[in-house]
Design a protein around this ligand. Structure first.
Ligand code: AMP
Ligand code: MG
Length: 488
């Protein structure tokens, strides 16, 4: 086994100016043990899965050994946390090992999370507990299987050390893979210091890495802003369409590559209510399901502010450019959301009244607390008269649903194969909070079988998996999870 476990590092962030990061290795752990390696992702990345599962490979995944070609560093960033600006955040418990260019030609970061203290740790211990690591593994891979842009999980290991949260817990390290780890907060870091030179270097880097077409335009920085806004609008629409609640949409948790990043107290909604919040730290409901599009817009306004000096030399011109870019967000979001909502209803064509039809169903669901995921999935099998029993049963009082149904049936009758369209748009399986918690609880007692089983089920969200039908069910009243924790 060679000293790199066959990881063909090809680093670019480490070539940026030294004040973009702090160079340091991960802090070793006591007794690393592999929980799971994501073989399919290893394959995409062009990595040797067998080498990674060897003792030397696991030592790399735990941060105990720096492989050849890695240039470990902690990235600097800032960010608005719950609306308050913090000028100095940064990777407080993560180390970027380096980058690889995958078999698909895409450059991706390989990062260890839970890898020990860094100069950006502030009061934290730099570590991660097993629960949040398994949660991120499950949720990020579920999102990928749903077809939603996201950071991925390559591996998780237990460390053999304890971390102390509300008591001692098993420690773990997660290997996160991202198109990049640059966040809105990375731009804010330099903007807050008035370091326009660094801002330009970062913007050029992101254009080169994620938005090369922007370089060919008259104002590449405006084109960059437009592109990040468009990707973010599409991403948030995808979240809304599957009932995903991020939970901590701080600007340091918003990728400029348009990927879902930073799985903390995130959750998928069971009963449909726009005001749903799971995060134990979100007392005011700032990051409630129904607020996510607005918050994304607010975050993008912070990005626009940060890059203002790049948009034009004259402030008033730059501000006008920023406003023009931001003005595209509502339409861009709405277009993606409406397109997705039509698909959820089996409509590939577009007609006046489609969105009102969707709103009508959502209102019935909200009034009755119907399960978001199952309502749409079961509706996929209810296009013909008499087939509505299963979906109807999700409404305690089905009066309003019964009144809504004929209008949808009449509309969908003009579509070719709407049931197939719907089954491809409406997952049967999402990472239900009670299932995630049960898998974590079993793993904390050293039984990882539920975790692996849940991973397998979530890898095929759109297939009816008869043997695992119970995983599609909403929680029984005594199983409902009302609160999730970021566990940091
Ligand atoms: P998050 O809420 O997970 O996005 O983290 C916000 C900031 O706190 C980031 O700078 C993290 O790196 C840092 N942080 C979170 N947990 C820890 C920890 N256990 N030790 C050190 N820093 C942490
Ligand atoms: Mg974060």
């Amino acid at each position: 086994m060679n000293a790199s476990a066959g990881i063909p590092f090809n680093n670019s962030y480490a070539r940026l100016p030294e004040h973009f990061f702090a160079r340091l290795p991960a802090t070793p752990v006591a007794a690393p043990r592999l929980i799971r390696l994501n073989d399919a992702l290893a394959e995409t990345l062009g990595l040797d899965a067998q080498a990674l599962t060897s003792e030397a490979g696991v030592a790399i995944l735990a941060g105990n050994f720096v492989p050849q070609g890695a240039e470990p560093l902690a990235m600097a960033y800032a960010g608005h946390q719950f609306g308050n600006f913090v000028p100095q955040l940064g990777d407080g418990r993560a180390i970027l090992l380096g980058e690889v260019v995958g078999r698909d030609g895409v450059r991706r970061d390989i990062q260890l999370k839970g890898s020990g203290r860094t100069p950006f740790s502030r009061g934290g211990d730099g570590r991660a507990a097993l629960g949040p690591v398994l949660r991120e593994f499950l949720l990020s891979e579920a999102m990928a299987a749903l077809g939603i842009p996201t950071t991925r999980t390559l591996a998780a290991v237990t460390t053999g050390d304890f971390v102390f949260r509300e008591g001692p817990q098993a420690g773990a390290v997660l290997t996160r893979v991202a198109q990049s780890h640059v966040r809105i907060g990375t731009f804010q870091f330099f903007a807050a210091r008035g370091d326009t030179g660094a801002l330009r270097v970062l913007a050029d880097y992101i254009i080169g890495r994620h938005y090369p077409a922007a370089a060919e335009t008259e104002n590449p920085y405006r084109a960059l802003l437009d592109a990040v806004i468009a990707r973010t609008a599409s991403l948030i629409a995808r979240w809304q369409l599957v009932g995903f609640i991020h939970g901590v949409m701080n600007t340091d948790n918003m990728s400029v590559a348009g990927e879902t990043i930073d799985y903390g107290p995130c959750a998928f909604m069971d009963s449909f209510h726009p005001g749903t919040v799971y995060s134990s730290i979100d007392h005011a409901g700032r990051y409630a399901y129904g607020n996510q599009p607005r918050i994304a817009y607010w975050n993008l306004a912070r990005l626009a502010e940060a890059v203002l000096p790049l948009l034009a030399p004259e402030t008033d011109v730059a501000v006008a450019q920023a406003h023009a870019a931001l003005d595209a967000f509502p339409k861009s979001f709405e277009q993606a959301y409406h397109e997705g909502m039509r698909r959820k209803l089996g409509l590939l064509t577009e007609r006046d009244g489609d969105i009102e039809l969707a709103r009508g169903l959502l209102a019935c669901m909200d009034a009755q607390g119907a399960d978001f995921t199952l309502t749409f999935r079961r509706l996929s099998n209810a296009t013909t008269e008499g087939s509505e029993g299963a979906v109807r049963a999700l409404f305690a009082d089905a009066t309003a649903f019964d009144a809504w149904l004929p209008a949808w049936r009449a509309r969908v009758a003009d579509e070719a194969a709407p049931d197939a369209t719907m089954r491809a748009a409406n997952p049967a399986f999402i990472p239900r909070n009670h299932r995630v918690q049960a898998a974590i609880a079993a793993a904390q007692a050293d039984d990882f079988s539920k975790f692996h089983e849940l991973m397998a089920v979530l890898s095929r969200p759109y297939d009816d998996q008869a043997d695992y039908a119970g995983y599609a069910d909403p929680p029984r009243p005594d199983e409902v999870v009302r609160e999730t924790f970021c566990g940091t």
